[in-house]
Design a protein around this ligand. Structure first.
Ligand SMILES: [Zn+2]
Length: 284
């Protein structure tokens, strides 16, 4: 297997993205513990509508991890100005805590022109939302006629949370990541994964532990984070690197029988109640 310049002259590159949508201190702590045990610096996008009440925890994360911006309200709008205000509100709050952001992940992964235009105004280096066709490596999305200045850094679109919601057990999810990591490694595309701590990684920390252990078994992997990788990509001035790798959803089966959908609906209700409880317990 060859070493790629896009991988900093390694055979592979790995980064893990965390979105803290609902700040759940216990689950955040458990997720952080796994990263620190493995000595891995992940990129954490903090949603600040709940994050604002957890200054101590976020500063603790920033001690060993890369903390970035997941907006104030967990919402992505169509309008440029609304997005801009929402991004900058979180940016300002984090800056006051001594955290300078250059990366953004849009709530719900919803990229649109109104968001892209807002991002141009922030001066941010990159955002992480989506893949476009054969763009699995970072790329500059089209903004009308011209290319955006803000780099897009895609991640593998299936998270542990998606698997749970699709009826996978914890063990089946771990098997899924074993397989997908092998595939991304063999195809030589970035092994960039993401998930959430609340009710997922923090509840089942063995999944993240397994993912890290699995990647460590591979030969010659560059362990980085999204911000460092975006800086590297921009500094090297790489052009688009399209790949033939189109099986984004390889191994992923949607199990949506009628029964499945009934269970999902039920779980959705449970999740909603759980989120309300978390909000009452930990915030305000
Ligand atoms: Zn989110």
């Amino acid at each position: 297997m060859q070493k790629l310049k896009e991988f900093g002259k390694h055979k592979a590159v790995f980064a893990y993205r965390i979105d803290t949508d609902f700040f759940h201190p216990e689950h955040v702590k458990k997720t952080l513990d796994v990263a620190e045990k493995h000595g891995i610096k992940m990129t954490w996008f903090a949603s600040m509508s709940t994050g604002q009440y957890h200054k101590k925890d976020i500063l603790r994360i920033a001690e060993t991890q890369d903390a970035q911006n997941h907006a104030f309200e967990h919402e992505t709008y169509q309008e440029e100005e609304k997005n801009f205000q929402n991004i900058m509100k979180a940016d300002k709050m984090l800056k006051e805590w001594g955290i300078e952001c250059s990366g953004f992940a849009a709530p719900f992964g919803k990229w649109n022109i109104g968001l892209a235009k807002a991002l141009e105004k922030t001066g941010y280096l990159y955002s992480s939302e989506f893949r476009e066709g054969r763009n699995v490596f970072p790329f500059f999305p089209m903004l009308g006629e011209k290319k955006a200045k803000v780099l897009q850094v895609p991640v593998h679109p299936v998270s542990f949370g998606n698997l749970l919601e699709s009826g996978y057990s914890v063990q089946e999810s771990m098997d899924y990541f074993d397989k997908i990591i092998d595939l991304l490694y063999t195809e030589q595309v970035p092994i960039f994964l993401y998930c959430h701590p609340a009710g997922r990684l923090g509840k089942y920390p063995q999944v993240l532990d397994r993912i890290f252990a699995k990647v460590k078994e591979l030969d010659d992997v560059w362990f980085t984070n999204l911000t460092e990788y975006a800086e590297f990509w921009k500094e090297k001035g790489f052009g688009e690197k399209k790949t033939n790798f189109e099986s984004h959803f390889a191994f992923f089966e949607k199990r949506d029988s009628l029964l499945r959908r009934a269970i999902l609906f039920h779980r959705g209700q449970i999740l909603r109640v759980a989120m309300k409880k978390i909000k009452r317990r930990f915030h305000k």
